[in-house]
Ligand binder design. Structure first.
Ligand SMILES: *Cc1c(COP(=O)(O)O)cnc(C)c1O
Length: 219
């Protein structure tokens, strides 16, 4: 199946309120252009440098999402154009994004990454950490960022029950956090292997790579 066919079949299978982020990491610009020509305008990358290069080469009406771990010293490279940063793990990173956004006279939308997986390898904060940040006066002083939701990654496993439990946890974290911070509206959860389940559990933004572009080759 072509990239266009893959995109169309995913889009026809998900509800309209769910935003599809096409995860294009490691893929060449020609593949991204195929998706672009099929109407896709939201792309997700997990390395800042790679996203910067693709942003330079591609049409300017694309919304670029940073979905990977955010290295604070690299925020400055994407601050002029990034449209949503999914993987914010602590206050220091928010502060740096705010500082760089200010230089460009922008307000950058961010998601707080919550750790829902059992694996140590996955990044993120607890609901308590997020609560503390959202309630703090230091946070209220950051005028150049908008925290608009949460993001999470389930454990890499075939155990559907476990994945479901983790997604349900993120949805409950979101509901809880929204009671103290009403700006929250996005729940970014679900990838190629688990997005239908994620949507069932309350996701409204899915990050899909291999089901659109095919398997990745990291060599
Ligand atoms: C790579 C990646 C995805 C997409 O993974 P697929 O299984 O190819 O759909 C989604 N989210 C994050 C954070 C990723 O790094």
């Amino acid at each position: 199946m072509s990239i266009q066919q893959n995109l169309n079949s995913i889009k026809s299978a998900i509800p309209e309120y769910v935003t599809l982020v096409a995860v294009s990491k490691t893929k060449p610009v020609s593949d991204l252009m195929e998706a672009y020509q099929a109407g896709q305008r939201i792309f997700g990358e997990n390395k800042i440098q790679e996203m910067v290069e693709k942003h330079e080469e591609m049409p300017k009406d694309i919304q670029w999402h940073m979905i990977g771990h955010v290295q604070r010293n690299k925020v400055k490279y994407m601050a002029s154009f990034v449209s949503l940063i999914h993987g914010v793990e602590n206050f220091k990173t928010l502060k740096e994004i705010n500082k760089q956004a200010k230089k460009h006279d922008r307000v950058i939308d961010c998601l707080l990454q919550i750790k829902i997986a059992a694996e140590d390898s996955k990044f993120g904060m607890t609901e308590n950490d997020a609560t503390e940040i959202l309630k703090s006066s230091d946070f209220s002083e950051l005028k150049n960022i908008n925290v608009v939701g949460v993001m999470g990654m389930a454990t890499f496993t075939d155990n559907q029950e476990q994945i479901k439990k983790e997604f349900t946890q993120l949805k409950s974290n979101f509901n809880q956090l929204k009671t103290i911070y009403s700006d929250l509206k996005i729940i970014s959860m679900g990838m190629s292997g688990d997005y239908p389940l994620a949507i069932t559990c309350g996701s409204n933004m899915i990050r899909v790579g291999s089901s659109i572009f095919g398997e990745r080759n990291y060599n």
